[in-house]
Design a binder for this molecule. Structure first.
Ligand code: ADP
Ligand code: ASP
Ligand code: MG
Length: 462
């Protein structure tokens, strides 16, 4: 059995959806047993967030956005479904968009948007796309049935990025598949709490939904279909010469995605890694191409020193420094504890061996909050001049080079810094994970594209 997942980029209009339908039909013929996970149509989740924010601001134009979203779905139904079946599908879509309109009107009236309500609103994206595609398949007599994952994927109440109860999810998935013969067309990204309130699994989370189904059903391969030729050596939007990486390990893929390669959502690797199920990233626009396979084997490197380069365009750096840090056991625990309390995610940490300062890269939106949390935690030390005020630097980028091969090869860091030096790119901070799978540098945001291209050229000669 195989799980296929198609992202928003593969289903952004009727033409692309037709390509997807062909791939699904062919895959069913070739593999026998398949199930297919879908994201919302490209851009729809962003649109839903935007119209919710407008409604919460009491801005009536949220209605125009809602109407445009409804029309976009109607148009796709009209293009994909024969006249005979169209009326009924349009009615169902209309019921969904009416329900969405009611919720948005509620947000508008109370001028408040809670994370719980936003999750419910975002769920309409996947519910609409998966429903319409199920109907498009049935319309051509393909045996498909729609599966709303809120019945199956049970989560905690961490709205916006809920944690899945995997044991329960796996049981529910196994039970559901025992009772169904038709090809399941599955909503990505969404789940529900014990109280049946709708949750989402984090932006880009449809990949994770697909991985959960793959692991639960112990399939032979998870295919993630997108709009590029697999995982590329760098973001193709920033590095023109980026090329497709034929194979990588789960760890490499995790590092690349953690440091910004949007092509796969980082947690996706975990469920399948446990079962040693390979992931293949493929291109809906170029279905003959084999793409990238992510698996457990450590491979020959074709003489390449690294696998790929990725970047997080916008980060802020917090610098905590002062004599109060030196040799004080438990300092780091208090520091990170203060941030963890408010779920502030730390992307990268560096500490100089002098132990005089610790730097942390975090999302810019959390910088002010993080600074005050740390200053609250250490207010006594700051008053006693053992610690300086926390310094915040904005408009920075993290660039990471990734690859298993780094572990055994000396001189990779020096090449990296030489390349950056030659390009006159100032390095603000450096970090290397102890796994030696990546080296990360923090640079000014204005240098991002230049740095990526220089590094790409240095390591790949392209
Ligand atoms: P989907 O809608 O299929 O989930 P995403 O937009 O989430 O697609 O991810 C695919 C996009 O990721 C590509 O179109 C590409 O622009 C971007 N991307 C960034 N870094 C990489 C990389 N290293 N390899 C491939 N794609 C990348
Ligand atoms: N539609 C969701 C998002 O845009 C989930 C996904 O695309 O994977 O984040
Ligand atoms: Mg995605």
């Amino acid at each position: 059995m195989k799980i296929l997942k198609f992202g928003g980029s593969s289903i952004k209009d009727a033409d692309r959806i037709r390509k997807v339908l062909d791939i699904v039909i062919r895959s069913k013929q070739e593999n026998g047993n398949i199930a297919v996970v879908f994201s919302a149509l490209g851009g729809v989740t962003d649109d839903l967030i935007e119209m919710s924010k407008r409604a919460a601001l009491y801005a009536e134009d949220y209605i125009d956005r809602l109407n445009a979203l409804e029309k976009r779905h109607f148009d796709i139904v009209n293009e994909l479904i024969s006249v005979k079946n169209r009326g009924q599908v349009l009615t169902e879509v209309k019921l969904l968009t009416n329900e969405l309109a009611d919720v948005l009107q509620g947000v508008y009236l109370v001028k408040e948007l809670t994370p719980k309500t936003l999750d419910f609103i975002m769920s309409f994206g996947e519910r609409l796309s998966a429903f319409i595609i199920t109907e498009a398949l049935r319309d051509i007599k393909f045996p498909a049935s729609y599966l709303d994952t809120r019945q199956i994927i049970k989560t905690d109440e961490n709205f916006g990025k809920a944690n899945v109860d995997k044991t329960l999810a796996y049981q529910n998935i196994a039970r559901h598949f025992n009772n169904s013969d038709e090809v399941q067309i599955i909503t990505g990204f969404i789940g529900s709490t014990q109280k049946n309130e709708t949750t989402t699994l984090g932006r880009g989370g449809s990949d994770y939904t697909a991985s959960l189904f793959a692991a639960a059903l112990k399939v032979s391969e998870l295919e993630i279909w997108t709009d590029v030729n697999g995982v590329l050596s760098a973001d193709p939007g920033k590095v023109k010469n980026a090329f497709s990486i034929p194979e990588m390990t789960y760890e490499e893929a995790m590092e690349m995605s953690h440091f910004g390669a949007k092509v796969i959502y980082p947690p996706t690797m975990l469920p399948v890694l446990k079962e040693r199920i390979p992931i293949r990233i493929r291109n809906t626009l170029n279905p003959e191409f084999t793409g990238t396979v992510i698996h457990n084997r450590h491979l020959s490197t074709n003489g390449m020193l690294i696998k790929g380069i990725s970047s997080i365009s916008k980060v802020s750096l917090l610098r905590v420094q002062g004599s109060g840090i030196i040799g004080v056991a438990g300092f780091a625990a208090r520091l990170f504890g203060a941030l963890a309390k408010e779920k502030i995610n730390i992307i990268l940490i560096t500490q100089a061996s002098s132990e005089h300062s610790i730097c942390m890269a975090i999302e810019p939106g959390a910088a002010i909050r993080a600074k005050s949390l740390i200053e609250e935690e250490f207010h006594l030390e700051i008053r006693a001049n053992l610690l300086d005020e926390v310094a915040v630097e904005n408009d920075l980028t993290i660039v990471a080079i990734v690859g298993e091969h780094m572990r055994k090869t000396p001189g990779i860091a020096s090449r990296l810094f030489q390349a950056l030096g030659n390009g006159k790119i100032n390095v603000v901070a450096i970090a290397q994970g102890s796994s030696e799978l990546n080296i990360s540098v923090v640079i000014n945001q204005t240098d991002e594209t230049k740095a990526l291209n220089i590094i790409h050229h240095t390591f790949f000669n392209l």
